[in-house]
Design a protein around this ligand. Structure first.
Ligand code: FAD
Length: 180
């Protein structure tokens, strides 16, 4: 039988983490919570040294190194997973009915409510769970859902220091494309 109270890892004596590395609930470095460019321990290459310095220029250099050096069949990092998930969610919202049936509403609610439990990046999932308590999903129509989702994505953007997206443009971005 497993120990119901596993020991909490003592990280107080460990070496400081490289910038951007995230520790998972098991006390180990969490791959799916960490951007690939932050994953490798600081080494000798210029881009890694620059990344460790944590400057804006360093981030740009590291991002270029990331796309140049990362094997195509690498498992997703926190950014790949995020982009794929947002693509799925915004596109699903863009094609959600204007007048959803009771079953469609229930299915959408179930999908959204499952994310804080199932999303593989634990700290992303728990932020989302807290955010959804404050802003419960609005699934009454396509436009309502698209706006709600845009606002949740903007909450993450702001938390990560990114610009807010103009929610008036969700259809252009996720359904119709730019005007001719
Ligand atoms: P993304 O933010 O992935 O956006 C993809 C595209 O969506 C953009 O290019 C833009 O065209 C469009 N877009 C941007 N904002 C909006 C909006 N508001 N509405 C509609 N369309 C928009 N990463 C972390 O490091 N920490 C976290 O805690 C974290 N939490 C997350 C929680 C969830 C639920 C999800 C799905 C992802 C989370 N991520 C988190 C990942 C993060 O949001 C990004 O996906 C990742 O950093 C890659 O960002 P990006 O700049 O490539 O574009």
């Amino acid at each position: 039988m497993g120990n119901p109270n596993p020991p909490t890892p003592d990280t107080s004596k460990s070496a400081p983490l490289p910038p951007g590395m995230v520790i998972g609930p098991d006390g180990k470095p969490c791959k799916i919570c960490t951007a690939f460019r932050n994953w490798k321990p600081p080494g000798t290459s210029k881009s890694k040294k620059a990344a460790a310095a944590g400057t804006a220029a360093a981030t740009t250099v590291a991002a270029i190194a990331d796309t140049n050096t990362r094997p195509a069949n690498c498992p997703p990092d926190v950014e790949d997973l995020g982009r794929a998930t947002w693509t799925f969610l915004h596109t699903t919202a863009a094609y959600y009915p204007d007048k959803p049936t009771v079953t469609q509403r229930a299915s959408m609610l179930s999908l959204l409510r499952s994310l804080p439990t199932l999303y593989p990046c634990g700290h992303c999932a728990s932020h989302l769970g807290e955010n959804m308590k404050e802003h419960p999903p609005r699934v009454g129509s396509r436009s309502e859902l698209s706006k709600w989702l845009c606002e949740r994505h903007n909450d993450v953007n702001v938390r990560l220091g990114k610009e807010k997206f103009d929610c008036a443009k969700v259809d252009e971005r996720w359904k119709d494309g730019p005007p001719d």
